[in-house]
Design a protein around this ligand. Structure first.
Ligand code: HEM
Length: 131
């Protein structure tokens, strides 16, 4: 399930409750839903899981400048399950946009060919003005 996959793959850094660690790992609680308000944001988050993320970002007023490794070794179905867990756990469901559609494998499969570097994923985040 998404919850188990989250505990196995993400909780070490982002915490069992998505709180992260100030200055090291950004929180996902009250934050992840803000990234998926439109289709470009959905695509950004899917690529962040496939290709990782590197560079400076500010989340909830705190600055981070680390590296998140890619998770492309997980199956598309597993990545979708993790993301749907993150986006609905810890009260995050209340912050999702109207008409939010859960992620499916089909959100990831076409993005496997773009082969971005973690820094290129960050460039997308900046271009989209995500915060
Ligand atoms: C960033 C989710 C695993 C370290 C992020 C962000 C998300 C996320 C959504 C981006 C926040 C934003 O753009 O505002 C996940 C999920 C994981 C996972 C769902 C499991 C599949 C990990 C692990 C680590 C990690 C295991 C540590 C080894 C980081 C770091 C950043 C980040 C350092 C910020 C990168 C930077 O400073 O450029 N994560 N993460 N993540 N994650 Fe993860």
């Amino acid at each position: 399930s998404g919850a188990v996959l989250y505990q196995q793959n993400c909780a070490f850094c982002h915490g069992e409750k998505g709180l992260g660690r100030t200055g090291a790992f950004p929180p996902l609680v009250e934050h992840a839903p803000t990234l998926v308000q439109n289709n470009e944001g959905r695509s950004y988050v899917a690529q962040l899981l496939l290709y990782g993320l590197q560079g400076e970002l500010v989340v909830k007023g705190q600055r981070y400048n680390g590296v998140m490794a890619p998770f492309s070794h997980l199956k598309d179905e597993e990545l979708a399950a993790i993301l749907n867990y993150v986006l609905t756990a810890w009260g995050n469901d209340k912050l999702l946009p109207q008409g939010f559609k859960p992620f499916t494998a089909a959100d990831f499969t076409p993005l496997r060919s773009t082969r971005l570097t973690p820094a290129q994923v960050m460039a997308q985040r900046i271009r989209l003005g995500l915060r």
